[in-house]
Design a protein around this ligand. Structure first.
Ligand code: IMP
Ligand code: MG
Length: 192
């Protein structure tokens, strides 16, 4: 798996230092207020689990399911798969946590939907931010790192479902997605 990585953008130590910083910001913002961390599955599960363990004030945890990428690196149709129960949303201060803010469509749509379902407040926290890719007007309230306009994997982020378990963030070697794209265009599944 490591052989598929062109270069490491963020080492494990750098990642944890960035999460310490963003966790302190979140803690200061929510001290004295009840709130729920809503982790967007699947990509944010690694970040969310490290983040919440660095927030030393009471919080609850919930999950929402969304997917915008099919098997490739190009955004497809955004789907929301499941939401927390109404009583976990209604009247609550929610902090939506995602792996990466790319076009902005996922978090914009999820924020609006949670507000529509009666959340008292919705803020957002992302592990990575790729501002060059934004296609809608949306910024996160908290972010750990800004990254250049590259397709990245690891630390929760996947390509065709793989690489989420890498403990660092890296750029995939060009031929990895070239091969996957060729397989896809022939009607197969990448990484078969
Ligand atoms: P957005 O709706 O375009 O902001 O996309 C957000 C989602 O796209 C993220 O939650 C990721 O699942 C996926 N995504 C965007 N960029 C990357 C990337 O570089 N690597 C892996 N997944 C990505
Ligand atoms: Mg993904």
């Amino acid at each position: 798996m490591q052989d598929d990585i062109e270069r490491i953008l963020l080492s494990e130590a750098e990642i944890l230092a960035g999460i310490d910083r963003v966790a302190a910001e979140v803690t200061a913002a929510y001290r004295g207020r009840e709130f729920t961390v809503v982790s967007v599955l699947k990509g944010s599960c690694v970040f969310a689990s490290d983040l919440i363990r660095r927030i030393p004030i009471p919080l609850e945890l919930a999950f929402v399911g969304a997917s915008s990428y099919g098997d490739g690196t190009v955004a497809g149709e955004l789907q929301t798969n499941f939401f927390p129960a109404d009583q976990e949303i209604s009247g609550r201060n929610l902090l939506l946590v995602d792996d990466i803010l790319d076009t902005g469509r996922t978090l914009q749509r999820l924020s609006r939907e949670l507000e529509h379902r009666g959340a008292r407040s919705v803020r957002t926290c992302v592990f990575l931010d790729k501002p060059a890719r934004r296609s809608v007007e949306f910024e996160a309230d908290f972010r750990a790192f800004e990254v250049e306009n590259l397709f990245v994997v690891g630390y929760g982020l996947d390509f065709a479902g793989r690489y989420r378990n890498l403990p660092f963030v890296g750029a995939l070697r060009e031929e990895i997605y070239a091969t996957a794209m060729r397989t896809l265009s022939e009607g197969g599944s990448p990484g078969a």
